[in-house]
Ligand binder design. Structure first.
Ligand SMILES: *[C@@H]1O[C@H](CO)[C@@H](O)[C@H](O)[C@H]1NC(C)=O
Ligand SMILES: *[C@@H]1O[C@H](CO)[C@@H](O)[C@H](O)[C@H]1NC(C)=O
Ligand SMILES: *[C@@H]1O[C@H](CO)[C@@H](O)[C@H](O)[C@H]1NC(C)=O
Ligand SMILES: *[C@@H]1O[C@H](CO)[C@@H](O)[C@H](O)[C@H]1NC(C)=O
Length: 360
């Protein structure tokens, strides 16, 4: 064998080797894509349509079975065992009729958003109670401002956990805790974010006329989030380590920006939440994992929201025939004020959906 021949053979071998290697890589990529895609195809039927979701309309029920909770429940939020309220404004619900309790997740520094809600959709009648749910801020000046704000408006509930993204689940469970311990007599509960719009007059008609002025049982309405995978990409806002949540998919859950429920659902979600391993994605935790554990299903209400619609078309009347109850997630105060202004000048439908009231 001549030197050049040997070289040629070597080149051929290298070439074949390289091609095999490339093939192997391609096959690996294809298999990886198939596996990871099948992993993210999350199917769950825990969400139920109205027809199968038995909403029972009924007179107000007595207090919750608190004896089913652990003995240290009052000072506990999931795995945080030193919970206390810094502010709880418990006078808001004490000895009063509450038709709708609105609990709004808000961050300490979000006073402009709270002010915007107070003067727009949050400005309601005496049987609607509205409370902002906050953690605490390590910034002393912010804490002082919140003290003052709480005294002026009496609508702040603040827990002694640091207000941060990773602590959001504490805030959501604190909201349920508040219903259980401080406002069990409420007829309905609405939990929303401080960057949402609520068409309150229409919502009141919906609750009073389509549902019942006496309340309901097993009522849980929201924007459905069925089929969400647990994100394993460490740079993602929704990163979920396998150690904290091993399943590929979350159970069918509700998006966190709004949810309407009856007090019995608040109690069931609360009781289940208190026994779970903490994960910081609060809507997946409370409305998905805890809900599944409590055998609670929800009904999708997204048709009645501006989410997935074009906001600009609202203002030229395109959606005038659709009874819109909610805006969309992540609205700024200007957008909330603009949308509120549109609805303020329009007649309010008495009823949105006859079907919804046929639960019992
Ligand atoms: C609760 O659990 C989470 C997740 O495991 C952890 O990051 C957090 O530090 C725990 N909090 C407390 C107060 O133990
Ligand atoms: C969550 O709150 C607890 C209690 O205040 C605090 O110890 C912890 O550092 C907070 N976690 C984050 C990520 O802010
Ligand atoms: C869950 O709820 C459904 C209907 O709401 C009921 O038929 C079923 O028996 C419940 N399952 C458990 C384990 O409680
Ligand atoms: C609103 O604007 C859209 C897009 O410009 C148009 O298609 C639609 O017909 C308009 N609707 C009304 C009621 O004017």
């Amino acid at each position: 064998m001549r030197f050049s021949d040997y070289n040629g053979t070597k080149n051929k071998v290298t070439l074949i080797g390289t091609m095999l290697f490339i093939h192997a890589v391609l096959i690996y990529i294809i298999i990886y894509m198939m596996v990871s895609r099948s992993g993210t195809q999350c199917q769950d039927v825990f969400q139920r349509p109205f027809e199968q979701h038995q909403i029972r309309l009924r007179p107000k029920r007595p207090n919750f079975p608190l004896e089913q909770l652990e003995s240290n429940d009052a000072t506990k939020l999931v795995n945080f065992t030193e919970f206390q309220y810094i502010n709880n404004n418990e006078i808001i619900c004490a000895n009063s009729e509450v038709f709708l309790l609105i609990l709004i997740s808000s961050a300490p520094g979000n006073k402009p958003k709270r002010d915007s809600i107070r003067k727009t959709w949050g400005d309601r009648g005496p049987d609607v109670k509205l409370l902002f749910m906050l953690g605490y801020s390590e910034n002393k000046a912010t804490e002082m401002e919140i003290e003052i704000e709480s005294h002026i408006y009496m609508d702040i509930v603040q827990g002694n956990f640091i207000d941060s993204y990773k602590n959001l689940t504490y805030k959501s469970v604190m909201s349920l805790k508040y219903v259980v311990y401080h406002c069990p007599q409420t007829t309905y509960v609405l939990k929303v974010d401080d960057d949402s719009f609520v068409n309150t007059p229409l919502l009141m008609n919906f609750l009073k006329h389509d549902l019942s002025p006496y309340g309901a049982e097993n009522l849980f309405l929201c924007n459905d989030m069925t089929g969400s995978p647990a994100i394993r990409e460490p740079n993602s806002k929704w990163y979920m380590p396998v150690e904290d949540f091993p399943d590929d998919c979350y159970p069918s859950y509700c998006s966190g920006w709004y949810a309407i429920f009856s007090p019995d659902i608040a109690f069931k979600l609360y009781k289940a939440s208190q026994k779970l391993k903490y994960i910081y994605i609060d809507d997946a935790f409370v409305y998905g994992i805890a809900a599944q554990k409590a055998n609670v299903t929800h009904v999708d209400l997204s048709y009645y929201t501006l989410a997935y619609r074009n906001e600009e078309l609202l203002f030229n009347g395109t959606y005038d025939n659709i009874p819109l109850l909610f805006g969309y997630p992540n609205m700024g105060p200007e957008q909330i004020e603009r949308v509120h202004g549109y609805f303020k000048n329009r007649p309010v439908e008495k009823s949105i959906h006859k079907l919804l009231g046929q639960g019992g």
